[in-house]
Design a protein around this ligand. Structure first.
Ligand code: NOJ
Length: 517
């Protein structure tokens, strides 16, 4: 693994020197290096539909949305979604049309194992995923498969989901089934998608299913056992499957960029660092740092506050020394999802923070600058420089030898084919990423746009959109139509360059995401 990392790193460095030799400058002039992985990403619950077909078991999202029909503003759920269970050939055709070489998809755990356990493997699900993967490969598209993109089998959710330590073993069993069945053709795996969002919003809060609201306790149990389950799947692959299947396996983490609200106020600067440590370091430090384990700051903070709050034990569980070792280095790449930036200021308490809670433990108030474009979801603003800064933060903390793959990045809006804001977003965010690569020397190996097509966007239902392709949710055909952003992305992939003028904007919509920093 270490040697292959070096080879890839050498390739990046080689292309760097070619670039500087050409003396090019300016983000528009950088060329993506040969071998750069361009892709698009999706997730099972958000696109597949067919929630109860062919023996599929229920996921906690099925169960939650059926019993909370008013959770989404449009009272929707993922029962049909983009109907990819039936229309996967259409999906593969549009991935092909984009010209990307990689497609990131997730397996629905309860589709493959209807009860969650490995004593009952669904033959239809095996046929379905094998067909999808085979058709991708026939189309010269490399599948990148996520094992867990938030759709926990309901029978396990009923037993506490990630808060139950036994889930580590059951996740390993599921991973074994997946590696056995698909590992001959899948060579890039990610274990977990965005454990922070999943635990913080679903176990600590109620923004996502399972909406447990066990703030201050639940999110840390979820984090702890998700991390251990990740390590269990990694070692299973590394020891039992990698020798013959020869693939790679990693984790996908997410982070906003944390920008100090007042960049000359030391409290805000410290708050921003604190936020990144809590949000991202909590997951990244155990896996990617040389020391391993939770970051010292996070450990001390939650321990101290727990003590003050009268708990006998820290609300953040401890790893055993063996677990620290097992987690350290347990990822072949750093999968990063990034969307937006928040402004950070220090605060001791806010009305909206429960006590205890991860918010209270973090002690940082989040805002966004009203000047930033806000084209869709309420949490989403456009601030391209944050992408470069975040990549640099990760590189500085965990080192250049870890290859970073951007497993998701994309823009939220309220729909429409003429998505100029999305075109700008991709151009500007990719330009920042290129600067992180070429100017700052960060080791970025791939980029996956989120997402291939409009889909079920969790809390927003179908009201906000992230797709490169429009999906007609009013038609049973769920017709896919390229947006301008799809045409623009295809051109970037084809030319390996960003052409900021490729999509001509009508003067009336001449807003730009370009922000000077
Ligand atoms: C990250 C999640 O992985 C994905 O499922 C979601 O749709 C996007 N963020 C946009 O919110």
């Amino acid at each position: 693994m270490a040697s292959s990392r070096k080879v890839v790193l050498r390739a990046v460095l080689a292309s760097l020197s070619v670039l500087s030799a050409r003396g090019e400058s300016g983000p528009g002039n950088y060329t993506f290096p040969d071998g750069f992985m361009f892709g698009v990403a999706t997730a099972a619950y958000q696109i597949e539909g067919a929630w109860n077909e062919d023996g599929k078991g229920e996921s906690m999202w099925d169960t939650f949305l059926h019993s909370h029909p008013y959770y989404t503003p449009d009272h929707s759920n993922g029962d049909v979604a983009a109907d990819s269970y039936h229309k996967y050939m259409d999906d593969i055709a549009i991935v092909k049309e984009l010209g990307v070489e990689y497609y990131r998809l997730s397996i629905s755990w309860p589709r493959l194992l209807p009860n969650g356990t490995d004593n009952n493997i669904s033959k239809s699900a095996v046929r379905y995923y094998r067909k999808v993967i085979k058709e991708l490969i026939n189309a010269n598209i490399i599948p990148v498969v996520t094992l867990f993109h938030w759709d926990m089998p309901t029978p396990f959710m009923d037993l506490g989901g990630w808060a139950n330590p036994q889930i580590v073993n059951y996740f390993r069993d599921y991973a074994r089934v997946a590696f056995n069945l698909f590992g001959d053709v899948v060579k890039i795996w990610t274990t977990m998608n965005e454990p922070h969002q999943h635990c913080y919003n679903g176990y600590g809060g109620d923004y996502f299913a399972p909406a447990i609201k066990s703030h201050g306790v639940g999110e840390y149990l979820c984090i702890h056992y998700m991390l251990l389950a990740h390590a269990a799947a990694y070692h299973l692959y590394d020891e039992e499957f990698r020798p013959t299947q020869k693939g790679k396996i990693g984790i996908t983490l997410d982070a906003f960029w944390a920008k100090p609200k007042n960049s000359s106020n030391p409290d805000d600067i410290e708050a921003a660092e604190r936020y990144l440590q809590m949000h991202l370091g909590t997951f990244a430090h155990p896996i990617f740092s040389k020391q391993g384990d939770y970051p010292e700051f996070v450990r001390n903070r939650v321990d101290t506050l727990s003590l003050h709050q009268g708990y006998t034990r820290s609300r953040l569980p401890y790893f055993t020394p063996e677990e620290v070792i097992s987690l350290r280095g347990s990822s072949d790449f750093f999968g990063l999802n990034h969307y937006t930036t928040f402004l950070m200021s220090s605060s001791n308490s806010e009305e909206s923070w429960a006590v205890p809670s991860m918010d209270y433990d973090t002690g940082v108030k989040l805002d966004q600058d009203p000047k930033w474009l806000k084209p869709g979801s309420d949490w989403f603003s456009v601030y391209p420089p944050g992408f470069r800064k975040l990549i640099n933060w990760i590189t500085n903390k965990y080192g250049k030898e870890i290859p970073i793959i951007i497993t998701e990045n994309g823009l939220s809006d309220f729909g429409g084919i003429n998505d100029y804001a999305r075109v700008d977003y991709y151009n500007e965010y990719l330009a920042q990423m290129l600067q992180a690569m070429y100017v700052d020397g960060c080791n970025i190996q791939g980029y996956f746009a989120w997402t291939l097509m409009d889909d079920f966007e969790w809390k927003d239902g179908y009201t906000s959109k992230f797709g490169l392709y429009h999906v007609d949710f009013n038609s049973t055909k769920r017709t896919r139509t390229p947006k301008l952003s799809a045409i623009n992305y295809r051109e970037i992939v084809r030319t390996k360059k960003i052409n900021f003028d490729f999509i001509e904007k009508p003067s009336s919509s001449a807003q730009s995401n370009r922000i000077k920093d």
